[in-house]
Ligand binder design. Structure first.
Ligand code: ATP
Ligand code: MG
Length: 424
């Protein structure tokens, strides 16, 4: 009797070998670019105190109200699998004393967890590349953050993305705006859905972020925050737009863009794509000048973005990007007992001499024909073949798989040099 097959957790995916080239290309490109712009990679935990996310993301947000994986550990502490990474990087910067009058640009990548309804582009474990800059208060860093992401799309071969920008002002200018918004919403109370009615008290701006189509018109006619900016925020926003214009980065100002987390101030932005269906945001971020202090650190201006890796890899596929392969360079075919017996030891010696090449060895025997078929499917340039005859002569045949060139036979110690010449 077979044991019952275990199912994966809903909304949590395996990334299979055929998807890996896209992931590796994205990871490597992000690492190279971020490193090049002077961002330093750090690694942070997947689990944090629940309070970190309540205090940063905000109590009246979808994430904190209904999406967090929260549990008590055996000591009775309330812990949460991180639903996003910005708050974690802020916590890490504070805990490690990075922010005493210092500037830091850091990044990390890895999983985040949200109990959402799984669908295309929306999963319960998903992955983000996340970068943050601490200690910079001017619009230049806002622009650099956006330029960096724009360059990433270019390096990955993605074109169907557009940039939306908005400014949320400061907490003070937001208070004025909030009053106007609330009186507008109060006067149309009968049009509000359940969620919005609740948010009207706790966090009315969140209503602008509603995904309910029935609310669209109401939201479209609401007062716009960009028209209520304080002078400093307006100058900051103008400065950002000037940098982007100078660098030739196109954008649309979207007055409805408020983003799903509470901590933002001034600049917010989102890259979306029309190639992804309704989960169209691929990278989003903004400035959060109050958050570090709010989490117990010294007042520090800060900005960052997070990119959804599942959505970006899907977009790479939709854009017809061919990521660099991870094929073997050499596939070693071993036919017969003698070759199989000697093969592993020989290949280890060749690997010592060819450390930069990828050499895959056929295991488990089989006919010459079936092994050669595998060699071909591996994508390798060359097959190195040892059958009984070659084993008797202490030689190997080296067969080019991607060109019509003749195969060559040589003695075992000469195999590495012969491979070099044949690959050059
Ligand atoms: P959305 O509006 O699509 O829910 P969000 O505003 O909640 O996105 P952020 O919290 O800003 O997203 O996260 C940054 C990025 O992470 C998003 O732009 C998106 O690409 C990705 N992302 C967010 N939630 C998910 C998810 N459940 N599954 C896959 N990717 C996600
Ligand atoms: Mg969301």
């Amino acid at each position: 009797m077979n044991a019952r097959m275990l199912q994966p957790v809903r909304g949590m995916n395996d990334v299979l070998a055929e998807d890996m080239p896209y992931w590796r290309f994205l990871e490597q490109t992000a690492r190279d670019l971020l490193g090049g712009y002077g961002y330093q990679e750090i690694r942070v935990p997947l689990v944090e105190h629940t309070e970190l996310f309540k205090r940063s993301i905000g109590e009246f947000t979808d994430i904190v109200e209904k999406e967090m994986y929260t549990f008590s550990d055996r000591g009775g502490d309330s812990l949460t699998l991180r639903p996003e990474i910005t708050a974690v990087l802020v916590r890490a910067a504070i805990s490690n004393g990075l922010l005493h009058n210092q500037k830091h640009r850091i990044w990390t990548w890895g999983p985040a967890f949200r109990y959402e309804r799984p669908q295309r582009g929306r999963y319960r474990q998903f992955h983000q590349v996340d970068c943050e800059a601490f200690g910079y208060d001017g619009p230049d860093v806002d622009a650099e953050m956006i330029l960096l992401s724009a360059r990433l799309w270019k390096a990955l071969g993605i074109s169907r993305v557009t940039l939306q920008l908005n400014s949320l002002g400061t907490p003070e200018s937001r208070r004025d705006y909030r009053e106007r918004l609330v009186s507008y919403l109060e006067s149309r109370r009968e049009l509000l859905d359940q969620d919005s009615l609740r948010r009207l008290e706790g966090n009315p701006m969140r209503i602008l972020d509603s995904k309910n189509p029935a609310m669209r018109d109401l939201i479209a006619d609401a007062p716009q925050i960009v028209e209520h900016l304080d002078a400093g925020s307006k100058a900051h926003f103008d400065g950002l737009k000037r940098h982007l214009d100078a660098c030739g980065v196109a954008y649309t100002v979207n007055p409805r863009l408020v983003r799903g987390l509470d901590y933002y101030t001034r600049t917010v932005f989102e890259w979306t794509s029309d190639a992804l269906g309704s989960q169209d945001a691929v990278c989003s971020g903004g400035r959060y000048d109050g958050l570090v202090e709010q989490l117990g650190g010294e007042p520090t201006p800060a900005i960052g973005w997070g990119l959804g890796m599942e959505r970006v890899t899907e977009l790479m596929r939709e854009s017809g990007v061919t990521p660099p392969g991870v094929a073997a360079d050499i596939y070693v075919v071993l036919v017969g007992n003698r070759a199989e017996g000697l093969g592993l030891a020989l290949v280890e010696q060749w690997r010592d001499a060819l450390a930069d090449l990828r050499i895959a060895t056929h295991l488990g025997g089989g006919s010459f024909k079936s092994q050669l078929k595998r060699a071909d499917r591996s994508g390798a340039e060359l097959a190195v073949i040892i059958g009984d005859e070659e084993a008797g002569r202490e030689t190997a045949a080296i067969k080019p798989l991607r060109s019509g060139r003749e195969q060559e036979e040589c003695r075992w110690p000469e195999v590495p040099t012969r491979i070099r010449t044949m690959l050059s």
